[in-house]
Design a protein around this ligand. Structure first.
Ligand SMILES: Cc1ncc(COP(=O)(O)O)c(C=O)c1O
Length: 389
């Protein structure tokens, strides 16, 4: 019998001997000497503002993502804002998942458009295309779908709906660097694909973002919007912003690009270990991708089947923490429960609501060692057995 009960998950399950003595953390942000040298090189040059390093970063990031064009900007929220401003108007309706980071939807509101919340698929946690299609009205102009946790959304179905109803598609790929669909980077699909390079993302520039597109006119518009609508020096064709990226960030981005493929491969190796382990643990579901897609594993989200256990998700993760395994909940609230969207909610979103109480994330960053990956697997099995119904 486990010595830890559902009400007391503070001790390791066997009464004091955790799987890992040291906490295996959810996050590890490490800049290499090369990253630091790239940044100091720019600092020493005195040419700090957007320049040749940002230009190189844009070209190279677009290339590895299979997009034709890339425009870097200050962060992933700005990237969404730029893409939205280029692709739909104030007053339009935009289909958004109820289960994503707030910015995917909040920037629709900031654009003056109306977010129409749709439910998500219970396996990929991404926009449910069928649920989205039934919410289309004469005012619907776009779909903003997230490749959440690094898992590509159902691109085929979303693109088919968009063609049928003449909608623009923006994919929020803030968590999906190097994710692929049918052998191509996700940058190849949609009218715009937005990224974040925030400190904890799969690759980082500290803060940073990018809008990828395969349409030259969209790229041009995004670039103008990014910098005050300035078509020539001090001529401002329309109202824009200053959402530019600095060359310090651009240089760090270029340096990170030298190893993003190997970092992503490492995430996929750790995921494979955890997938194998979860295959033997009834009631805990590993992340799933649509056939032909490759996950980028920004987060390794595990869905707990509450009917298999005597405890709830929060008790389960406290017990994992006691075993020395860090966890995170992305997200504790679905968007339709967020006060800032109260005026836009029309119907319950049952899958999104359920995920808020059943999903948790285990460490997947590239610094997790093989030994730690095995410990995470062991801890998952140990806690699952202790709370098995
Ligand atoms: C899905 C998603 N979209 C957008 C963003 C916003 O990116 P940023 O934090 O760079 O503004 C994030 C960042 O966490 C995200 O995870």
């Amino acid at each position: 019998m486990p010595s830890t009960t559902a009400a007391d998950p503070k001790l390791a399950i066997d009464g004091g001997s955790p799987v890992s003595d040291a906490m295996i953390n959810m996050i590890s942000v490490k800049l290499t000497d090369a990253d630091i040298e790239a940044a100091t090189g720019v600092l020493k040059s005195g040419m700090l503002a957007q320049g040749k390093h940002v230009a190189e970063f844009e070209t190279r990031f677009a290339e590895i993502s299979d997009a034709r064009f890339g425009a870097a900007c200050a962060n992933g929220t700005c990237a969404l804002s730029l893409a939205y401003e280029a692709l739909f108007d104030a007053g339009d309706e935009v289909l958004v998942p109820g289960w994503t980071y707030v910015a995917t939807a909040s920037m629709v509101v900031a654009r003056g458009a109306t977010p129409v919340f749709c439910d998500v698929d219970p396996h990929t946690y991404n926009l449910d295309p069928a649920d989205a299609e039934r919410r289309i009205t004469s005012k619907t102009k776009a779909i903003a779908a997230t490749h959440l946790y690094g898992c590509p959304a159902d691109i085929e179905a979303i693109q088919a709906i968009a063609s049928k109803h003449n909608l623009r598609v923006i994919y929020d790929a803030a968590q999906a660097h190097l994710a692929t669909h049918n052998g191509k980077g996700v940058g190849a699909f949609g009218d715009a694909i937005t990224y974040s390079f925030y400190a904890t993302k799969n690759m980082t520039t500290g803060e940073g973002g990018m809008v990828l597109t395969n349409d030259e006119a969209t790229d041009k518009q995004v670039r103008l919007l990014r910098s005050h609508g300035e078509t020539s020096k001090y001529t401002h064709e329309f109202i824009g912003r200053n959402y530019r990226m600095s060359d310090i960030e651009g240089a760090i981005g270029c340096s990170q690009l030298d190893r993003i493929q190997s970092l992503t491969n490492r995430r996929r190796e750790i995921a494979a270990t955890l997938d194998r382990a979860l295959g033997d643990i009834a009631g805990l579901n590993a992340p799933q991708t649509i056939e032909g897609d490759e996950h980028a594993y920004h987060l390794y989200a595990i869905r707990m089947d509450p009917s298999a256990f005597t405890c709830d998700r929060d008790t389960f993760i406290k017990a994992l923490n006691a075993e020395g395994v860090g966890t995170a909940v992305h997200y504790p609230k679905p968007l339709h429960d967020q006060p800032c969207f109260a005026e836009f909610i029309t119907e319950p979103l049952p899958v999104s609501a359920e995920l808020a109480t059943t999903l948790f994330c285990a460490p997947i960053h590239p610094d997790v060692t093989n030994e730690q990956a095995s410990m995470i697997a062991q801890a998952l099995a140990k806690v699952a057995n202790a709370y098995r119904k």
